[in-house]
Design a protein around this ligand. Sequence first.
Ligand SMILES: *Cc1c(COP(=O)(O)O)cnc(C)c1O
Ligand SMILES: [Zn+2]
Length: 445
Amino acid sequence: MYSAMFRCASRGESGCDVALPLDEVVYRCPRCGGLLEVVHDLVPLSMRSGSDWCALFDARWGATRAPYDSGVWAKHEVVAPHVKRDNVVSLHEGNTHLMLAKRYGADLGVEQVYVKQCGTSHTGSFKDLGMTVLVSTVNQMIADGKKIPAIACASTGDTSAALAAYAAVAGIKAIVILPRGKISTAQLVQPLANGAQVLALDTDFDGCMRIVQDLAERDGVYLANSMNSLRLEGQKTVALEIVQQLEWSVPDWVIIPGGNLGNVSALGAGFQLLNDLGIVRKKPRICVAQTAHANPLYVSYTRDFAPLEPVAARTTLASAIQIGNPVSFAKAVRALRACDGVVAQATEQQLADAAARADRYGLFTCPHTGVALAALEQLVERGLVKPEHRAVVVSTASGLKFTDFKVGYHEARLGGVAPRHRNVPVELPADYAAVRDEVRRGLGA
Ligand SMILES: *Cc1c(COP(=O)(O)O)cnc(C)c1O
Ligand SMILES: [Zn+2]
């Protein structure tokens, strides 16, 4: 009885009324060329009360068996009702820790700072949340007899890792197109290990994106980039999980790093859904954090959300958000408007120091999470995040995927960064007295 369709995302402004089934191979509105979005039929969803939805989701949290052991598929009805259970391709994504970083919060002067650890996941980034929905849908299309030779994506690293893993589990061919020399070794090795066809091109992400769109259009490979709005359906569960983990209450702020802007669009959709289901009657304020080296949304924001002017993204430590022409710009603006949003930007110095500062309190943050943490620091300074507020920072990837960034920081080898929180090993002879003296020095004795 639950159902969802692709609808034209600009139908609100343009009146375009395109509606297509979710197993149609289509990424843009055939009428106006705008992005599509997944729209759920709210009538059957409304048959259950808000508190009944909460009870159902609480009963499934921590399930040990498929598909409800996954945080995404535990919310099957409101995420991807079109996918039959047998076709689900899952790697136990979601249900990530919402860490109350008490000592870090105290350092910032905010009582409740939470970090939503989306990088604690099979391939080490939040991209798993969306990829399970996309690959499951394709798996079902193939089971239904559709001819799909492969799934392809352009990637700054994490999308390709997720695509390669889920495709390998399902036995579907994956093609990943990467900007040569612009992603970490750990990110490159994941799709290689999972047997994807990896094509490294002499261009940037935006250049890869143009080519993969041509491949999808002319050669029938299925496109896995976030312009494919199926992924956003899985990613929106981050909003649902945050609220569930806060005992079904809405935080004051959610701060999220943004590149192609699919994730903030998904976050906005998640909070909208929570209101539509009658689970909450409030939205948090959202802050999108961009790197100053790839900041088209920030520039637009400072001009009252002026139309997107693509920029040439410059090299940044936050490589996964080095994107100058974000595909989900319009959806992101809509999410920000609905959530009284703001946009902040961080320099290389700020993102690197913010990441290292949080690490001192037990985190192990990736550079993109560093961008969001730097934005949090700015919001506190500006008095927007107040001491009594609950602020949630979305951590998008595991720091373990970015060891070059971590090591480079502590060895003071990152260009343009003078590290404020360095920690380096002390090399000593294997001698008790030398070790004791150094330990005493370290303890301040
Ligand atoms: C993809 C990604 C982002 C950016 O998400 P968008 O949806 O492109 O805005 C941020 N951080 C990491 C680690 C990512 O992999
Ligand atoms: Zn349209």
